[in-house]
Every structure is written in structure tokens, then in C-alpha cells.
Design a protein around this ligand. Structure first.
Ligand SMILES: Nc1nc2c(c(=O)[nH]1)N[C@H]1C(S)=C(S)[C@@H](COP(=O)(O)OP(=O)(O)OC[C@H]3O[C@@H](n4cnc5c(N)ncnc54)[C@H](O)[C@@H]3O)O[C@H]1N2
Ligand code: MOO
Length: 410
């Protein structure tokens, strides 16, 4: 009997903490940085605190096209003394009973305390003088139509902290304070391999007993969301010698190795032997998560290793739950995936409640979560239909319609 049979399934929170603690221990070795261009910033980890060198807005900024004037002069007819465009250095001063024509983005002229929108005004000319009548209630009772200097951000204040996981939502702010190419942490080097005699590459023609390698491409796409392009070592047959030699090679060239398949309890599941033969210490290999029970995490002086289950949905889920948080923590970030609490659209039942489960769902227009037709972790063809995975806690085998569930979006 293999030793594994006697092993307890370890609770997810326990293996998560072990994984993150290991990444935190190594994080000091990942402090080197590089600049990244805005289009490639998604998923990258900001390496420095970003402070503003100026207030934002940097001046009282006109928010509407119209006439800068003094509220005390309204309602009334004011003499137009000139116009001021965005980017203009000219500084006209609004004196009592006068106004200046302004455009959105202009510096509010000195002396003015509001902008009257052009569409609620009327204009007439007397000789060479133009007069603007501002009597409409939408002007009198309306907003001042300018954004005061420093209203959004005070000069010198921290706007983004080191460790922030960047996406497009951060870029306008970074660019506006002078960091269009922010400094980010270097990416860990990740080696990727698949195992299994039945696995062939997607471009090959399969025999009836073969399957195309779905996991390697899937992992490449998932790591691509962090900006990581793994080095691919191909498909390794179920042979402890061959697997061991590829692992040895990969451990020299990478910080982390991801391998799929061969980690459960079959006669041809050689991964544990090949892993330990290469000086790795296995921290866990049986976890109370469905899908993903045989997920393995091993550490060594050269590289760490995740053994992902061969079933593609299990490989997907474990990469989301453990691999991504590990990689982010290595780069100094605390990864927080997008989660929502949604009412269940229909009752949910399961036979085996031994593990915490992540089950694929769609999110309806009313925000409710509906389990999709899904036959288990080998049914990866179902995945494109899912909006996320809902969590079912250990020990729970039944949930009623309307029960609030946590959904992790994908
Ligand atoms: N007696 C037990 N059997 C199994 C257990 C267990 O605890 N006791 N766990 C089951 C669970 S849960 C999973 S998940 C699988 C994982 O097994 P492995 O990681 O060893 O994966 P394989 O056996 O190599 O393959 C499983 C399945 O996935 C297909 N596969 C493998 N690699 C790929 C790939 N790169 N692309 C697409 N599909 C792949 C493979 O052909 C198998 O169908 O073990 C259960 N068994
Ligand atoms: O963990 Mo397995 O991945 O249930 O199918």
C-alpha cells in the first residue's frame, strides 16, 4: 500500500498559508525591477510607492464650456472681456460685471468663482462690445462648474503603493504623475511541462486512446495574465528517469516549475518519485479541495514546484487558488481575486462533502449564480460557459435556492 493512502486531506487554508509563507520567505530575492510600458502593465506588480509631484487638478480647472464670472453678479448681463483656451498662458482677470469665455480644461481666470454653461446664455453685440446675459435658473442655481486645485489629490501624497497589482485602471493616474512606464518587479522564471504517455501536442493527430495537451496552453494563458511567459519543456512520458532528468534541467533554469499530471495514485504516477529524487521536499500532496485533491507543492534550494492534477479543470482551479497567489507574493503583492456574494438561482446538492468545492457557475442579469451542467474536472469543455466558480464549504452537501454563495470570477 502506498503511503499516500493513509494521508489526511489537508484543509485549503492550511496549504494556502504554507504556500504563501514559502513565497514570502523567497520574496526578498525578487526585488529587481524593470520599467514596463502601459500596454503590458496588466498583472505586473508595482515596485515603488508612487507620490504626486503636484496637486491634482494642478489648477482650478474649468469643467464646462461657457463664461467664467462672479456669482455675485448674477443674474445679469456682463461684458465679455476676452476668451481663454485650455493650454493658453494668457491670464485674463474677471472684474465685477465682466466675464471671460472659457473652454473645458482651461485655468479658471482670476477673479471668477464660477462658470456659466454656454447653452444657457445669450449674447448680443453693441458696437465693438459683446455682452452676455446670464439669467437662466440653471445657471443661477447650478454648479460652479470648475474643479478646485488639489480637490482630487494633495501634492506629495501617496497615490499607489509598492505591491499594487496593476491593470489599465491605474494607468491614467500613473501617467498624470509622470510614471507612464512604471517600475515593476521582475517576473519569476517559470518552467512548464506536462506528463503522460497518452498526452500529445494539440497540433498532432490523436489516436483514439490519446488526448491533446490542454493543460500546458491553459497554464500559459493563466500565467500570461501576470505577464509571465513560461519556458516550455514539452510532454514527458510516464517514466521516472525521463521525468527526473527534465525536472533536474528545469530546476536549474527556473524559479518555479509547473507540471501537470502524474500526481495522483495510479501505477504510472511517477511524479512524486521524480520530484523527491531531485532534492525537492514535498510540503503537501493531498488537499481537501475539489477539483485538485492530488495537488502537490514541493520546495528546493534551486526552484519550487507545483504538481497540478492532469484533469484540466483541476489544473485551472489550482493555478488560480494557489499558483497565482504564490507568484504574486513572490513579487511582493498580496493577490486578491475578484469575489462576489450571489444568491443561488437554484438548489444545489452534492454527494460527497469531504472537500471544499469550487463549482462552475454563470452569473445571471439579476446577479444570481446558477451551477452549469458539469461532469467533473475532466469536463473542461464546460469551462468557457462559466463566469466563475462558487465555493461550497467542507461538510456542506446541500444548499437551498437563494442561499448566498461566494463566487470567484474567472
Ligand atoms: N485512486 C485514486 N485515483 C485518483 C485520485 C485519488 O485520490 N485516488 N484522484 C483523482 C483526482 S481528484 C484527479 S484530479 C486525478 C489527477 O490525477 P493526475 O494528476 O495523476 O493526472 P493523470 O492521472 O495523469 O491524468 C488525469 C486525467 O487528465 C488527463 N490529462 C493529463 N494531462 C493532461 C493534459 N496535459 N492535457 C489534457 N488532459 C490531460 C489524463 O489523460 C487523465 O484523463 O486523479 C484522480 N484519480
Ligand atoms: O481533484 Mo480532482 O481534480 O476532483 O478531479
Amino acid at each position: 500500500m502506498r503511503e499516500k493512502n493513509d494521508k489526511q486531506l489537508r484543509d485549503f487554508s492550511e496549504v494556502y498559508d504554507l504556500t504563501i509563507a514559502r513565497a514570502a520567505e523567497l520574496a526578498d530575492g525578487y526585488v529587481s525591477t524593470e520599467e514596463v510600458e502601459p500596454g503590458l502593465c496588466r498583472g505586473r506588480v508595482l515596485a515603488m510607492d508612487i507620490c504626486t509631484d503636484r496637486e491634482l487638478p494642478p489648477f482650478d480647472r474649468v469643467a464646462m464650456d461657457g463664461y467664467a464670472c462672479r456669482r455675485g453678479d448674477l443674474p445679469g448681463t456682463l461684458r465679455l472681456i476676452g476668451d481663454s483656451a485650455a493650454g493658453s498662458r494668457d491670464r485674463l482677470k474677471v472684474e465685477p460685471k465682466t466675464c471671460v469665455k472659457v473652454m473645458t480644461g482651461t485655468v479658471l481666470p482670476e477673479g471668477a468663482d464660477m462658470v456659466a454653461m454656454v447653452e444657457y446664455s445669450s449674447e448680443h453685440t453693441d458696437g465693438s462690445t459683446t455682452y452676455i446675459t446670464l439669467e437662466d435658473a440653471r445657471i443661477i442655481d447650478g454648479s460652479s462648474n470648475f474643479s478646485p486645485q488639489g480637490e482630487d489629490v494633495k501634492a506629495g501624497s501617496l497615490v499607489l503603493s509598492a505591491g499594487t497589482v496593476l491593470s489599465s485602471k491605474h494607468i491614467a493616474l500613473l501617467a498624470s504623475v509622470g510614471y507612464a512606464r512604471p517600475l515593476v518587479r521582475r517576473l519569476p522564471r517559470v518552467g512548464l511541462l506536462a506528463s503522460g504517455n497518452e498526452v500529445i501536442e494539440p497540433e498532432e493527430n490523436p489516436d483514439p486512446f490519446q488526448v491533446r495537451n490542454a493543460n500546458a496552453s491553459q497554464a500559459m494563458a493563466q500565467l500570461g495574465e501576470l505577464g509571465i511567459r513560461p519556458r516550455y519543456y514539452g510532454i514527458v512520458p510516464d517514466d521516472v528517469g525521463q521525468l527526473s532528468s527534465v525536472l533536474k534541467h528545469a530546476a536549474m533554469e527556473n524559479d518555479l516549475i509547473l507540471m501537470s499530471g502524474g500526481v495522483s495514485m495510479g501505477e504510472y504516477d511517477f511524479a512524486p518519485d521524480a520530484i523527491t529524487e531531485n532534492g525537492f521536499t514535498i510540503l503537501y500532496d493531498r488537499i481537501a479541495v475539489k477539483p485538485g485533491r492530488p495537488s502537490t507543492f514541493a520546495v528546493s534550494e534551486r526552484a519550487d514546484l507545483f504538481g497540478l492534477p492532469g484533469n484540466p479543470v483541476a489544473s485551472f482551479v489550482i493555478t488560480e487558488l494557489l499558483v497565482k497567489p504564490y507568484l504574486y507574493r513572490l513579487m511582493g503583492a498580496h493577490f486578491q481575486p475578484f469575489m462576489a456574494r450571489c444568491p443561488l438561482a437554484e438548489a444545489f446538492l452534492r454527494r460527497d462533502a469531504e472537500r471544499e468545492e469550487w463549482f462552475p457557475v454563470t452569473i445571471g442579469n439579476d446577479g444570481s449564480a446558477r451551477p452549469i451542467a458539469y461532469h467533473g474536472s475532466g469536463h473542461f469543455q464546460a469551462l468557457p460557459a462559466a463566469d466563475g466558480f462558487m465555493k461550497i464549504d467542507r461538510g456542506i452537501s446541500e444548499m437551498k435556492k437563494g442561499k448566498m454563495v461566494v463566487v470567484r470570477s474567472i
